[in-house]
Design a protein around this ligand. Structure first.
Ligand SMILES: [Zn+2]
Length: 168
């Protein structure tokens, strides 16, 4: 019999800072200010959001122009997540989508909320819903999610109510 320690469990963490570099700085700063800042390639004019570290993957040149793009866009593809996994923070089912924001040439990945998952479709118009301003940080998570645009004057809840009535 021995009193030697055979095993110890000790969580560790590493705190570090890093420089975003000129390629991502405007994009990340924009997210702290409620703006979506993309990078435009001077050669092919493609507008990248996110700006992919400031390099055009087609031409291999720096994205020299910062462009503010729209807060709304169109779903180009999506999936409905039904599988629970460790660390999941959102109640299933939920939708993860590729969204082509107005003025951008590259779709961005984000969550779709604010409507039943079976109403999400390719071509659906959605807009950004930001977290409270006090929670804005240099991350795309400053946007809580995207949700469907509603027709002015009717409102989203009216539309959902009408659909529920039709089903009855
Ligand atoms: Zn290019």
């Amino acid at each position: 019999m021995t009193d030697d320690v055979l095993r110890i469990r000790q969580p560790i963490g590493v705190t570090y800072t890093w420089s975003a570099g000129p390629g991502s700085a405007a994009y990340l700063r924009g997210l702290t200010e409620g703006k979506l800042i993309a990078g435009r390639c001077p050669t092919c004019n493609q507008v990248y959001f996110p700006p992919r570290n400031g390099i055009c993957p087609r031409d291999g040149v720096l994205l020299t122009d910062d462009v503010e793009i729209g807060q709304a866009g169109t779903i180009t593809t999506f999936c409905i997540v039904n599988v629970p996994f460790l660390g999941q923070s959102i109640e299933i089912p939920y939708v993860a989508a590729s969204i082509l924001l107005d003025g951008a040439d590259l779709a961005v990945q984000h969550l779709i909320q604010g409507c039943p998952v079976d109403e999400v479709h390719i071509g659906m118009r959605v807009h950004a819903v930001w977290k409270p301003e006090s929670e804005w940080q240099a991350t795309l998570a400053s946007i809580a999610h995207f949700e469907p645009e509603t027709d002015p004057g009717t409102g989203g809840s009216d539309r959902i109510d009408a659909k529920a009535t039709n089903r009855a």
